[in-house]
Write a protein that binds this ligand. Structure first.
Ligand code: UGA
Length: 427
């Protein structure tokens, strides 16, 4: 069993660390945020992730998962160091590699004993970053590092399950020994393992998120066009799915994609492509399509209610999707702002994301239940696909609302259970 340091304990790092510890390895987690460390030490995950709390408690109890906010002692004990720090967008959309450089520098400093270690880059980085940014920092230590890129494909909200049961493992490495050592860490995983180069592994991550975001943007464009031509998107989708070349999954239209990954990764890839003299016109179009899509939900409300001035609008789902408390790039933010600009009173509700949302948009009234949000409302937008919303039926809207106008921005309500509700969906 290996000794592994995981640097950066966001959803990716924490799920990776807990999954590796559950697989029998000794894991040392490091994060600069003391508050986050304290919560993890108390087996209280700092974000909402299904199944994470009991799994974390288990690995802490058996002594296979320890955490700290100082790098050196943790890293010096480890044979493997996983870099899981964030690579957010800069103002111009390019990838901010600041945290990555800081972490790599700390790893280099901690490798003072000059023992051979393997550094695994899990952070999403534009092709070439590991070779041109991370490797020189590690080499400056004089320690003999093996380097690999091992992107993650986990979904927020399902981070632990996706890490424990991946659909594929991609390992980019400069040599086959390094690749085999990392592959051995995942021995229980029963899925295809693809060994490739550092740059290719970096690109596969962007290719995956880019393609998935393209599917969502295409579904949204198609749904908007279905509205123009008076055709049902659901029926078009059924016909589309009969083509064996087209995978029908991930084509649910709505108010657009959000989250900490798709928007920033598409932006970073586009900006990096541009910096190399290529004009990524399709990626730019996807971002433009997505930036405007949320307005369709507001327009559908207006088409039912006329002016939204002084109207009470319930906004169900504040996280960027169901199953998480993450509000980064949540479509609830521009929707709430657009409703307020039109003079509406917005009452937001989310099973777990209200605190985070309140920090992002302080002037939205927050309800503590679905019923409270819907009370006396003139209209409602469902923005996130929480299971609790999918279970709602006509009576849940008809009883509390002043006017039962509901825009389903995630296509989760069952139209056949909505008798009497003026249900509108995009497409
Ligand atoms: C995404 C990818 O799915 C993961 O494979 C990847 O590892 C992760 O980014 C990452 O790079 O870390 P995530 O951001 O958690 O995962 O969320 P998704 O479940 O992919 O959804 C992204 C957005 O697209 C959400 O706002 C969701 O509501 C929207 N979406 C998704 C649609 O509008 N329609 C769909 O059919 C599917």
């Amino acid at each position: 069993m290996a000794s592994i340091a995981v640097i950066g304990l966001g959803p990716t790092g924490l799920a990776t660390g807990v999954a590796l510890a559950s697989g029998g390895h000794r894991v040392l987690g490091v994060d600069i945020d003391s508050n986050r460390i304290e919560r993890i030490q108390n087996a209280n995950p700092p974000f909402h992730e299904a199944g994470l709390k009991p799994a974390l408690r288990r690995v802490i109890r058996v002594g296979r998962f320890r955490v700290a906010n100082v790098f050196e002692p943790m890293v010096s004990e480890a044979e493997f160091v996983f870099l899981c720090v964030g690579t957010p967008s800069r103002d111009d959309g390019s990838m901010d590699d600041g945290a990555l450089k800081t972490a790599a520098t700390s790893v280099a400093k901690a490798a003072i004993d000059k023992r051979r270690r393997t550094l695994v880059v899990k952070s999403t980085v534009v092709p070439g970053t590991t070779e041109t940014v991370i490797r020189p920092i590690l080499d400056s230590s004089g320690a003999p590092f093996r380097i690999a890129v091992n992107p993650e494909f986990l979904r927020e909200g399902k981070a632990l399950a996706d890490t424990l049961h991946p659909d594929r493992i991609v390992i980019g490495a400069g040599d086959s020994v390094t690749a085999k050592r990392i592959r051995a860490l995942y021995r229980p995983a029963k899925c295809p393992v693809y060994l490739t180069t550092l740059r290719t592994a970096e690109m596969i991550k962007y290719a995956t998120n880019g393609f998935l975001a393209t599917k969502v943007a295409f579904a949204n464009e198609l749904a908007n066009l279905c509205d123009v031509f008076g055709v049902s998107y659901d029926e078009v989708h059924r016909g589309l799915a009969l083509d064996p070349r087209i995978n029908p999954r991930f084509l649910i239209p709505g108010v657009g994609f959000g989250g900490s990954c798709f928007p920033k990764d598409i932006r970073a890839l586009a900006v990096a492509g541009q910096a190399h003299g290529y004009d990524p016109s399709l990626l730019r179009a996807i971002l433009t399509q997505n930036d405007q899509q949320f307005l369709r939900a507001v327009e559908l409300l207006e088409s039912e209610l006329g002016s939204l001035r002084a109207k009470r609008i319930a906004l169900l789902g504040l996280a960027f999707k169901g199953g998480t408390d993450d509000v980064r790039e949540s479509r609830a933010v521009p929707i709430a702002k657009a409703l307020k600009e039109r003079g509406a009173v917005v009452i937001g509700y989310d099973p777990v994301a209200t605190t985070n949302f309140h920090k992002a948009v302080p002037d939205v009234v927050i309800a503590t239940s679905i019923e409270e949000a819907l009370k006396d409302a003139d209209g409602c937008i469902v923005q996130a696909d929480w299971p609790a919303f999918a279970k709602l039926s006509a009576a849940d809207f008809l009883k509390p609302m002043a006017a039962p106008v509901v825009v389903d921005g995630r296509r989760i309500l069952k139209p056949n259970r909505m008798k009497g509700v003026r249900l509108r969906r995009i497409g």
